[in-house]
Design a protein around this ligand. Structure first.
Ligand SMILES: C=C1C[C@]23C[C@H]1CC[C@H]2[C@@]12CCC[C@@](C)(C(=O)O1)[C@H]2[C@@H]3C(=O)O
Ligand SMILES: O=C(O)CCC(=O)C(=O)O
Ligand SMILES: [Fe+2]
Length: 344
């Protein structure tokens, strides 16, 4: 019996008050429940930026390895995802979030479910709510799409399915490329990437009446091997660099952002850091969208620092072995403590 990713998430239900987003369309002020402390301002150092890697560059393997090691994130161009598919995805996401609130509520995520419309899963770990609404898809989008558009869901489903297929190919290519940079080949792995776990998250950061006091998506690391993000032309993503602070990832037309997640952090014995990131709301009141594709190992596989890597580097393992499913549960319950809870 294999466990699906949605089943892995079912074991830790979330209270409805952490699922139902505010009705952003009618919000004229930022209610107290959504006001974040002023201590930290949302500007960032604009002199620094994450590397941009051309996947057709003959040095791409080395460059990706280096980017993962130093930044835990990079942007890719020449990635093979057709530009019109990225545009179609963005316009479908826009169409979804523009639906009236009562329509979106028909696809509301259930407390013990991982998919559908709602706030980010990490909401319960923060004292304030985020200026954000999301839509999570695992596998087929059909059931939720029918609830949203009883007679007109074919276009949405078609775009999602094409996007999932293309992203899976790219994610697999990037994973091999990143592991190759460590001299790890497919034969050195004891898992089968033929059945990875994947999830798609559409994010919406509505226009905000007081952007300096609201938070789009609070700081977090992703529970994935890697995440591929398509952001609209509106900036908002920031990554945290030790000793530097928050660095904005400015949108480049047609480029995709790739970031290291917790699973790659564990496999690489922390050589590739799972990067802390957040999304701020647009200071000019623009509505921002993003689409994140999470790619991970099969849910029942074991994840631990790669033995061959430990041999080559002479390091001792920093993390104990866990199944992906167990790690998902540890993260759902403990959020930012998750990695330290499996540290040796
Ligand atoms: C496969 C995933 C990855 C999830 C959970 C599940 C579906 C939704 C993803 C996100 C998307 C928004 C940020 C995040 C932190 C969240 O709250 O939900 C992500 C989380 C994770 O990376 O842990
Ligand atoms: O919207 C963004 O730029 C970030 C989204 C994100 O971090 C996520 O979905 O995990
Ligand atoms: Fe993220």
């Amino acid at each position: 019996m294999t466990t699906t990713l949605s089943e892995a998430y079912r074991e830790h239900p979330i209270h409805l008050r952490h699922i139902i987003p505010l009705d952003f369309n009618s919000a004229r002020i930022v209610p107290d429940s959504h006001v974040w402390p002023k201590s930290d301002d949302f500007s960032s150092d604009h002199r620094l930026s994450i590397p941009v890697i051309d996947l057709k560059d003959p040095n791409a393997v080395k460059l990706t390895g280096h980017a993962c090691e130093t930044w835990g994130a990079f942007q890719v161009i020449n990635h093979g995802i057709p530009l019109n598919l990225l545009e179609d995805m963005e316009s479908e996401a826009r169409r979804l979030f523009s639906l009236p609130t009562q329509q979106k509520m028909k696809a509301l995520r259930e407390p013990a479910s991982a998919t559908g419309y709602g706030l980010a899963r990490i909401s319960p770990f923060f004292p304030k709510y985020m200026w954000h609404e999301g839509f999570t898809i695992m596998g087929s989008p059909v059931v939720h799409a029918r609830a949203l558009w009883p007679n007109d869901n074919a276009r949405f489903c078609d775009v999602i399915e094409r996007y999932q297929k293309k992203m899976e190919v790219l994610a697999e290519q990037l994973t091999h490329q990143i592991l190759n940079s460590l001299d790890i080949s497919q034969e050195d792995l004891n898992w089968d990437l033929g059945s990875p776990y994947t999830a798609l998250q559409l994010n919406s950061y509505p226009s905000c009446p007081d952007p300096n006091r609201a938070m789009g998506l609070a700081p977090h690391t992703d529970t994935s091997l890697l995440t591929i993000l398509h952001q609209s032309a509106i900036s908002g993503l920031q990554i945290f660099q030790e000793g530097v602070g928050w660095v904005s990832v400015l949108p480049i037309a047609g480029a995709l952002v790739v970031n290291v997640g917790d699973l790659l952090h564990i496999l690489s014995n922390a050589r590739f850091p799972s990067v802390l990131h957040r999304a701020v709301v647009n200071p000019d009141g623009c509505h921002r969208l993003s689409v994140a594709y999470f790619y991970g190992l099969p849910t029942d596989s074991n994840v631990c620092p790669l033995p061959k890597l430990l041999n080559i580097s002479g390091q001792t393992p920093r993390y104990r072995s866990v199944t992906v499913k167990d790690y998902v549960l540890i993260k759902s319950k403990n959020f930012e403590e998750a990695l330290s809870l499996i540290r040796i």
